[in-house]
Design a protein around this ligand. Structure first.
Ligand SMILES: [Zn+2]
Ligand SMILES: [Zn+2]
Length: 225
């Protein structure tokens, strides 16, 4: 994965003319997790956010739409957001980015899935991953996603922000339509989640939010709850 620097730019680099990405939502797995194929409309370069399950289905979509995948990003390490990653790695040789504070969850993802889904066979998650943190920008074609840290649901939860004509945030399991992330895991921190929500609510009210589960929403709708 020697091409990581192709994606990760210096902190605070802002290009003048980012385009709004195209977004395809694939709802996958037994927990109906949202996987997002986020693409540059000009170059078809694509970032795969949360390949939660069924890597072969995601791969088919990529081929069918003639997308050019560059990498996978996990909003956090829960198994329902990562289980399709091995197949995508095998098919497209893609690097994986996540926050280092959630690597313990990714390492446990296969075991957790076997336990929670009561399955016998679950694909492992590749162990070779790269860490990203706040302020880093993933560039794909003429689009970009900036990493912001939104811990609470898990210690390494991140959200990804696209700033163009519309601001778009991929909120993982931090913020949902009419709901917020669970904080009843032993490693969750309700106060941190509260701070992360305030961070999200500081974006313009018309900001579109694409969560880890369920329908998309806006900052305006969620900040009033
Ligand atoms: Zn989660
Ligand atoms: Zn989830």
């Amino acid at each position: 994965m020697d091409d990581i620097n192709k994606f990760i730019l210096q902190k605070n680099k802002k290009l003048a003319h980012y385009l709004e990405p195209e977004i395809l939502t694939l709802t996958l797995g037994e927990l109906d997790s949202n996987c997002y194929l986020v693409s540059c409309p000009d170059t078809q370069e694509t970032i795969i956010i949360d390949p939660g399950d069924d890597g072969s289905f995601i791969s088919e979509k990529i081929l069918e739409l003639k997308l050019k995948p560059l990498c996978m990003v996990f909003t956090h390490g829960h198994f329902d957001h990562v289980l399709g990653s091995l197949e995508l790695r095998l098919n497209f040789d893609l690097p994986i980015f996540l926050h280092k504070n959630d690597n313990f969850l990714v390492k446990d993802a296969q075991k957790s899935a076997i336990y929670w889904l009561k399955k016998h066979e679950v694909a492992p998650v590749p162990s070779e991953v790269s860490f990203i943190s706040k302020g880093q920008i993933l560039e794909f074609g003429k689009c970009q996603l900036e990493v912001i840290e939104t811990p609470g649901h898990t210690p390494g939860s991140i959200s990804l922000v696209s700033t163009s004509t519309t601001t778009i945030i991929f909120t993982g399991d931090t913020l949902f339509k009419n709901s917020v992330g669970r904080t009843d895991f032993k490693y969750s921190k309700p106060l941190e989640l509260e701070k992360s929500l305030q961070k999200l609510f500081s974006y313009p009210k018309e900001t579109l939010c694409y969560p880890g589960h369920g329908e998309s929403t806006t900052i305006e709708a969620e900040s009033q709850i």
